[in-house]
Design a protein around this ligand. Structure first.
Ligand code: OOG
Ligand code: NI
Length: 266
């Protein structure tokens, strides 16, 4: 699959559960902006047929190359980032949950879900919008996961799909700061992620990021109970030049740690 086709499918699947992203993109386009994506992100379960190592070859098949690795101790995650030789194609941030670091009750729940994933689930890049590869969890299991790992609860309900797309502020014509973008979003009534402040990072770190709080939807669990869950969110990133004159093109653990919270249910 060509990368351009991949991102068309990915975006269509994403806006189905993230209507705010389509609205915000339309708003920018209506103001004469061309919206270029800085990156997209995915979440998955380690030690599963869809682990990071099993997914990576699908990204490589489209010309992506890994160039960074990250560890989130408190969230029990590892991640890698990938880029393409075509600078207009988004970077990709792929994280996986180290389930063995969660309490036994969570490991048991996730173990059941992972056991339902076909061994040969990864056949093509279409795996990145396969959604849930397991049956619906019970509301009780969901609550147990939520207590220990918001990421696990999100992944159990939403499965594999683009967790967010990210607008590249650098490539907007009428905005020179992330604060201006945030103000416009607030004025338009969107809820932004306030964990650690609206802006994650700083020019001195060469990366500033902000994000909306994820859209919400009603989800019916295996026991018939309905709850409101988080779907996906939209991010905004402004990259700065490093002393060598190049734009910083990687990610920052301290920023990412807070961006993950954009799918918090509260
Ligand atoms: C990924 C969070 C990290 C970034 O830009 O640092 C991230 C996620 O929420 O799955 O996207
Ligand atoms: Ni991101």
């Amino acid at each position: 699959m060509q990368a351009s086709e991949f991102f068309d499918f990915l975006w269509q699947n994403y806006i189905e559960v993230t209507p705010q992203a389509e609205q915000i993109q339309e708003m920018f386009k209506g103001n004469g902006e061309e919206v270029i994506n800085d990156h997209v992100a995915f979440r998955t379960f380690a030690h599963s047929p869809v682990s990071l190592a099993k997914l990576e070859p699908q990204l490589e098949s489209m010309g992506y190359v890994a160039y960074g690795a990250f560890r989130f101790e408190a969230k029990h995650l590892v991640a890698r980032c990938y880029k393409h030789a075509d600078p207009l194609l988004p970077k990709i941030f792929l994280s996986e949950l180290l389930t063995e670091e969660l309490p036994q009750n969570c490991q048991d729940i996730i173990g059941k879900l992972v056991a339902e994933i076909p061994e040969d689930a990864v056949q093509s890049p279409a795996i990145f919008w396969a959604k849930r590869l397991w049956n619906t969890v019970s509301s009780e299991d969901y609550e147990t996961l939520l207590e220990h790992s918001e990421y696990a609860a999100w992944l159990a309900t939403m499965g594999l799909q683009a967790n967010h797309f990210t607008v590249s502020i650098n490539q907007l014509n009428n905005f020179t700061s992330i604060e201006e973008v945030n103000q416009l979003l607030l004025d338009e009534g969107y809820t932004l992620n306030e964990v650690g402040g609206l802006v994650k990072g700083s020019p001195t770190l060469f990366l500033e990021q902000s994000s909306t709080m994820a859209d919400k939807m009603s989800f019916t669990f295996a026991d018939g109970k309905e709850k409101t869950i988080s779907t996906c969110f939209y991010e905004f990133a402004r990259r700065h030049e490093m002393p060598n004159g190049e734009l910083f093109d990687s990610f920052i653990e301290g920023n990412a740690d807070k961006i993950f919270d954009s799918t918090n249910v509260q």
